[in-house]
Design a protein around this ligand. Structure first.
Ligand code: ADP
Length: 456
């Protein structure tokens, strides 16, 4: 007798048999009793009684056969209906489901399992994991089957597997549960697997964001403290200087307080700007690199003129697609930094360019300023990260640039031969590139502004 998934338990078979046998036995007994009594009451002739008994016997066989066939058909139809529903249910489950016996041989599987292993159920049933998967994975499956049996309950595991349908790799979460018959005897292990690749990726991203948020909160609270301490310190001095009626010192104290609050306001403003990147976006437009650079140069024209920096654009013009003001902020910040950290260079130059590196368009902003030591190349992209605590900036510019670049699936890095040897910032913007580079030419900052190079 079969047990489990496709078969019936002893009890249910017994119940089904009784449902056929009982009505049959009842009808047969009534037939015999009543017909015998009727024959005795109605027929006196012994010869006729013999003939009637023979006919009655045949009638009994015919009627009870018909009754039996109705009862059996009803049971079979009901059983088929239950089995068909069960099979539809299991086949409709979008996740692979299977049942193995206690020796690891497949007893049953659904359509999702067939698609997953790239075999029909006929090719699967009776086989073990060692026939269907490579031995390393089969070892893992047989071990987790054993664990489920040992634990006596559901056991969860995760494995990277190859999906036969398209050859892709998927992280599968498998839950295995031992199955027992009504007498408690182990009959196999039921397994169900789910592709959790996307869920895992989302979880990892969430964890990264969480860690980033913690770092952000720590840095913000730490760095915003410094202007607050300045304010508190100078308020103390202010009290003393007011008491001493020292107008000159009072003015000086107030100047420090004002400078600290101005700095805090700037820091909070820029911080808000960093936190908004990605959340608040302008509708994307098609724009040319030269236009963006011209805008960026315009925005820092004052500093460029003051420091007499020559701005050169080299390489191909590139068509970009994205949030115009955000993209312009990248070049604006980098050019501004180039000017700010030019140091005492006699012939200050900032060169803005593009080049192809293995089919990847790389944008560059290069200066011949104070340079950056190798140890600081990562650090400068962090929040409030300044190499010179006394410099005028807030240390948020490059963090903002990095965030914008990452929104366009790009990366940013800096190269410098060290202090006094200038710096080159490299970045990619794959998410903003949708066209081929156009004309190659060289233009100066002046030409960019006037548009005499023919771009704007
Ligand atoms: P900020 O300029 O406001 O201080 P940034 O995030 O733009 O903040 O830059 C972080 C730090 O990186 C700067 O304080 C400076 O020390 C260093 N840095 C940035 N750009 C350059 C550059 N072109 N040359 C040398 N150092 C730079």
């Amino acid at each position: 007798m079969k047990n489990g998934f496709n078969g019936m338990s002893k009890d249910s078979i017994g119940a089904a048999v009784w449902k056929v046998v009982l009505p049959y036995a009842l009808f047969a007994s009534l037939w015999i009793l009543l017909s015998d009594v009727l024959v005795v009451l109605l027929v006196r002739d012994p010869l006729l009684t013999g003939v009637i008994s023979t006919l009655k016997g045949w009638g009994f066989v015919i009627v009870t056969s018909m009754l039996l066939s109705v009862l059996v058909r009803r049971r079979v139809v009901k059983q088929n209906w239950v089995e068909a529903n069960l099979r539809t249910l299991i086949n409709t489950i979008p996740d692979p489901v299977w049942l193995k016996d206690s020796n690891g041989a497949y007893l049953s599987c659904n359509g999702a399992f067939e698609r997953f292993v790239g075999k029909t159920s006929v090719q699967v049933l009776g086989r073990t994991d060692y026939d269907l998967f490579e031995s390393g994975i089969a070892d893992v499956f047989s071990r987790t089957d054993g664990e489920a049996i040992a634990v006596g309950g559901a056991v969860r595991s995760e494995e990277w597997l190859t999906v036969a349908a398209d050859g892709s790799r998927a992280l599968m979460e498998t839950i295995k549960t031992p199955m027992h018959d009504n007498s408690g005897r182990l009959i196999g292990v039921l397994g169900i697997a789910r592709d959790i690749t996307e869920r895992k990726r989302a979880e990892e991203l969430l964890n990264e964001k969480h860690a980033e948020m913690e770092r952000f909160i720590y840095t913000v609270s730490h760095d915003l403290k410094s202007p607050l301490i300045t304010v508190r310190t100078f308020l103390g001095y202010l009290e003393q200087d007011l008491a001493a009626n020292d107008a000159g010192r009072v003015r000086q104290d107030m100047g420090y307080v004002r400078a600290a609050t101005d700095k805090m306001e700037r820091m909070l403003g820029e911080l808000l700007e960093v936190s908004r990147v990605g959340r608040m976006a302008n509708p994307p437009t098609i724009l040319m690199l030269r236009e963006l650079v011209a805008e960026a140069v315009d925005a820092v024209a004052g500093q460029i003129a003051q420091r007499q920096v020559k701005v050169i654009l080299t390489g191909d013009d590139v068509e970009l697609y994205g949030d115009r003001p955000r993209l312009a902020e990248i070049w604006q910040n980098l050019i501004e930094n180039g000017v700010k950290y030019m140091g005492g260079t006699a012939d200050p130059v900032i060169e803005i360019g593009t080049h192809k590196n293995c089919e990847e368009t790389v944008f560059t902003v290069c200066d011949n300023g104070i340079g950056i030591e190798p140890k600081d190349r990562e650090k400068i992209f962090g929040l409030f990260s300044k190499l010179d605590a006394g410099s005028e900036g807030t240390g948020l510019g490059l963090a903002l640039v990095k965030k914008i670049v990452e929104i366009y699936q790009g990366r940013i890095w800096v190269e410098s031969e060290g202090a006094g040897r200038g710096s080159t910032f490299f970045f990619t913007l794959p998410g903003a590139l949708n066209c081929q580079p156009r004309n190659r030419e060289q233009v100066t900052a002046e030409e960019l502004k006037t548009g005499s190079w023919g771009g704007v």
